[in-house]
Design a protein around this ligand. Structure first.
Ligand SMILES: [Zn+2]
Length: 336
């Protein structure tokens, strides 16, 4: 059997014929397997959804309990038969609940890695390389220029700035699922034990992380109405990046705009967004992580889904691996 008979791109998303299901479909389908809870991968309205318990819970928090007709929780490492295919979920190290999905039929194994990273992240299970014939990888940061520094260094820069500017509020933009909680946990690991103030949009997901045993410490709502503006001097406020573009952010005393993203490697991008303290913290693999992971899987063939496909495809070819871009649409560039 050729790999394209096991999985092939369709307008709805990646489709498995032998199992009659889609992985991370962007349109409503009968049966969907979901790698993780980011909204470009996990959409509502499917007939049935198979995903890890955490991903199902996160979808419920975001869309309401009726986000799919039926749901089934996948246990990591457990093989599930779906018609003529079998699937196994493995940790992807991207956000809480994130998984790679190995799809097998007639002795052929394809691993759909979804979004993944290799840097240690105290808020989710680490990525496990899975031996396979075909490895499907993202390429969000698929250029050699992207090399993420250790996250502890970036958090150290944030804490240094907090101590240098005690009258200021440090406003940290971070995506609501995963990145925000990782930044909170990293701050705790670095010894920051004061309250962290959060935008309302982060409350439900942060509470959920805490309920799953990820201690984020003392989180308080970043609302000025009740208290005095001065209360926020010297504090760290975390919110979704969009929140810092509106009036909400201007109410804090002497705000310093920070943004936690792999894109902060690009100075121009930080400047355009008005970011004064760029923090290079990514939930996606950098160039070295992508190329090392491909080698570790032992796959002879690589399909590249979204991001900077060309460079990674070229690298594969130079490494004598068969490679092709899948040109899947609907996945955001920066949905980390
Ligand atoms: Zn993602």
């Amino acid at each position: 059997m050729r790999p394209s008979e096991l999985l092939c791109p369709r307008p709805e998303g990646l489709y498995c014929g032998p199992g009659d299901f889609f992985i991370d479909p962007i349109r409503p389908v009968n049966r969907a397997l979901i790698t993780h809870g980011h909204s470009d991968h996990a959409r509502s309205g499917h007939g049935s959804v198979l995903a890890t318990q955490e991903t199902l819970d996160i979808m419920g928090l975001r869309y309401g309990d009726d986000f799919a007709g039926t749901t089934q929780a996948a246990t990591l490492g457990e093989t599930i038969a779906i018609k003529d295919a079998s699937v196994t979920f493995h940790p992807a190290g991207h956000v809480l609940g994130s998984a790679q999905i190995a799809v097998e039929h007639a002795g052929l194994r394809i691993v759909v890695s979804g979004d993944y990273k290799r840097q240690p992240d105290p808020t989710c299970a680490p990525f496990e390389p899975i031996a396979c014939d075909v490895f499907i990888t993202e390429a969000t940061f698929g250029l050699p220029v992207f090399r993420h520094p250790p996250d502890s260094e970036e958090i150290g820069r944030l804490l240094k700035s907090v101590s240098q500017f005690p009258e200021s509020t440090h406003l940290v933009g971070a995506y609501a699922l995963g990145k925000a909680q990782r930044v909170m946990r990293l701050l705790r690991d670095a010894g920051f034990d004061r309250p962290i103030y959060i935008h309302g949009a982060l409350a439900k997901l942060s509470d959920y992380y805490q309920s799953r045993g990820i201690d984020l410490g003392d989180l308080r709502p970043a609302t000025i109405e009740g208290g005095r503006k001065d209360d926020f001097a010297g504090s760290i406020v975390i919110g979704p990046p969009s929140a810092f573009a509106d009036r909400w952010a201007r109410r804090f005393p002497e705000p310093i705009a920070c943004f936690a993203s792999g894109w902060m490697r690009i100075r121009q991008r930080a400047k355009q967004r008005g970011v004064e303290l760029p923090l290079i913290i990514s939930d996606h693999s950098d160039w070295d992580e992508l190329t090392e992971t491909i080698q570790e899987t032992g796959a002879g063939e690589v399909w590249v889904t979204h991001g900077r496909e060309e460079a990674l495809v070229r690298w594969c070819e130079l490494s004598r691996l068969t490679a092709r871009p899948l040109h899947l649409v609907g996945y955001e560039d920066e949905a980390e």
